[in-house]
Design a protein around this ligand. Structure first.
Ligand SMILES: Nc1ncnc2c1ncn2[C@@H]1O[C@H](COP(=O)(O)OP(=O)(O)OP(=O)(O)O)[C@@H](O)[C@H]1O
Ligand SMILES: [Mg+2]
Length: 237
């Protein structure tokens, strides 16, 4: 991992929804950089534009203005087809409600995403390190929320993505399980070196994150580096 090498470069980013009187300006003039290998946490009140920001970086939405560069690729200039390819190859998404395929086993949910990458991680090794190898033949509704989220992390990671985008990854989990998932994400960051952007309402996560961003009413009001990291296992909230 190279120190302080920008991986995500965002400049003058703007996004609104709706026409005329119904227009809502969701993000305005966002400029920031996230370094390669960083855990970056994004805070902000409900409705401040966090998920919209992730969707733009993840190529699920197109901005109205501004630039988004990921690992040297200007994703705004990609065709729709190349954008799909970019998402498949470079990105892992983790959501609050897991979004697993109910008719596939835990192992199959991870395995289906393996084929999206030219350089995937071995599925069984990954299930082992996520602590769900013994659950691999069960279906999502036969395991706990925490185990489903581990599976969702596995599904995002198996592609060996450069960038992991997480939207409230512990939002549906109890305290103990949230902590376990945060420890796992910290370990994933250390082991695989992937850059992570985590959207959360949990303020304690700032202490385990290299970089803290905060939105208010669609504007960036905090952009700070954190030199005194606290391991996820020691966080309390
Ligand atoms: N597709 C859309 N069409 C119209 N408005 C939208 C759309 N997506 C988001 N918005 C609006 O943009 C604003 C920001 O939404 P966003 O989902 O980014 O907020 P958030 O910070 O993720 O909130 P939360 O913490 O509740 O998840 C909200 O007012 C929302 O209603
Ligand atoms: Mg949201």
């Amino acid at each position: 991992m190279t120190e302080n090498e920008p991986f995500l470069r965002i400049a003058s980013l703007a996004k609104g929804f709706g026409q005329g009187a119904a227009h809502v300006q969701v993000l305005s003039d966002i400029t920031c950089q996230v370094d390669r290998g960083e855990i970056c946490v994004l805070f902000g009140p409900s409705g401040s534009g966090k998920s919209t920001f992730l969707n733009l970086v993840g190529g699920l939405e197109r901005p109205d203005a501004g630039q988004i560069e990921v690992g040297g690729t200007d994703i705004c200039s990609l065709s729709d087809r190349d954008l799909v390819e970019y998402r498949r190859r470079e990105l892992g998404f983790i959501f609050q409600f897991y979004n697993l395929v109910p008719d596939l086993t835990i192992r199959e949910n991870v395995e289906v995403c393996q084929h999206l990458s030219k350089d995937p991680l071995p599925v069984d090794d990954l299930l082992q390190s996520l602590g769900i190898y013994d659950q691999r033949s069960k279906f999502p509704n036969q395991v706990s929320g925490g185990q489903q989220q581990r599976c969702a992390i596995g599904r995002a990671l198996v592609k060996n993505p450069g960038l992991l985008l997480c939207d409230e990854p512990t939002g549906a989990l109890d305290y103990k399980t949230s902590k376990e998932i945060l420890c796992l994400m910290e370990e994933v960051n250390r082991t695989f070196g992937c850059t992570m952007v985590i959207v959360t309402h949990n303020d304690a996560i700032r202490h385990m994150s290299h970089h803290v961003l905060r939105l208010r009413d669609g504007r960036l009001v905090e952009d700070a580096r954190n030199d005194a990291l606290v391991p996820a296992a020691e966080l309390e909230w």
